[in-house]
Design a protein around this ligand. Structure first.
Ligand SMILES: Nc1ncnc2c1ncn2[C@@H]1O[C@H](COP(=O)(O)OP(=O)(O)OP(=O)(O)O)[C@@H](O)[C@H]1O
Ligand SMILES: [Mg+2]
Length: 298
């Protein structure tokens, strides 16, 4: 008999060590630093959900996708939004089909029997959370932008996050056969409840240092020169030091590099920056401030 504590960590579905996480994430195009790689390893090893918080465009969603790619797992995503409810997140009964079944049932059949017939798997429409719990193959469950939902939805998540199970009143409790690798992301537009936080590991993702950001740009944009990538990352860094409405993220760095390649700009001088500023700064006031404070001659 295999007891849980006999489990050999080396056969874990996820990562064998922080170094293994870094190497394998790197191989699928996600460049990590030590805290991120360590947390990715621990999320798998401890089988605890991970709450990733941080500004827009720093690679929160991408980390979940990269873990799935690196481990050959399927990614199941629950995109959160205001108004998301149980029927969209967990499961829903297929009322139309149940009705048809009732109509087709022999009238002599008693209600108990009919009830047992229509509350079965055949009539259940599973949504991302239940789907992830029931899968027998490796699964990464991404609960994206959890701060966009109403607080009540957090209540729904608690059973999954702590016990990896879902209770369906008519059918009983469905427990995970195989625990998914769970990542929740948040922009921290509101505080999540302590109850959710307590059940998760936590990592704050921030803008990377210039060296790693340059590596990301070089790895994602073929054709960009080392020199331009360096200048671009340095300029983005200076913009992040300004008090902007929306600081440029990694996504903007990558887009900017693509833009410069498309325009065949080989040197990032003031003229090139001003010409392409709309790719990086998306508020007029931010653009004006950048031109003023970075002293870009217009
Ligand atoms: N460590 C990284 N390695 C490689 N690419 C990265 C990394 N971090 C971010 N990126 C790039 O940045 C882009 C934006 O990342 P992502 O969509 O994950 O941001 P996010 O943090 O989820 O933002 P939002 O809060 O707006 O959803 C990705 O498509 C990816 O190309
Ligand atoms: Mg995201």
């Amino acid at each position: 008999m295999i007891r849980p504590y006999d489990r050999d960590v080396s056969t874990s579905t996820w990562f064998q060590s922080p170094d293994d996480a870094a190497t394998r994430l790197n191989a699928v195009g996600y460049l990590t630093d030590t805290p991120t790689a360590t947390t990715a390893y621990l999320t798998g090893a401890l089988e605890k959900p991970l709450l990733l918080e941080g500004p827009a465009g720093v690679g929160k969603t991408e980390l979940a996708k990269a873990v799935a790619r690196a481990t050959d797992a399927e990614l199941i995503r629950l995109q959160c939004y205001e108004g998301l409810d149980e029927a969209r997140a967990l499961y829903e009964w297929n009322y139309k089909k149940q009705l048809l079944r009732i109509q087709a049932t022999d009238t002599s059949q008693d209600w108990e029997q009919t009830h047992d017939d229509i509350f079965t798997d055949e009539f259940l429409l599973t949504r991302p959370l239940l789907t992830a719990i029931r899968r027998t193959e490796p699964t990464v469950l991404l609960i994206d932008e959890v701060d966009k939902t109403d607080v009540e939805v957090e209540g729904l998540l608690l059973e999954i996050l702590s016990d990896f199970q879902v209770t369906i009143p008519e059918m009983g409790t469905v427990s995970a056969v195989r625990k998914p690798f769970v990542i929740l992301t948040s922009n921290a537009s509101r505080e999540l409840s302590e109850a959710v936080k307590r059940r998760c590991l936590y990592l704050h993702l921030d803008y990377p240092d210039a060296k790693r950001e340059k590596e990301i740009v070089l790895s994602q944009v073929p054709g960009v020169s080392d020199k331009v990538a360096g200048q671009l990352v340095e300029t983005i860094g200076r913009m992040r030091d300004l008090e902007l409405k929306k600081s440029p993220s990694i996504a903007e760095s990558v887009d900017w590099a693509r833009t410069l390649v498309a325009l065949q700009i080989g040197k990032l001088d003031d003229a090139a920056i001003t010409r392409t500023l709309g790719v990086v700064l998306k508020h007029r006031s931010d653009q004006e401030r950048a031109v003023r404070e970075l002293k870009l001659g217009r």
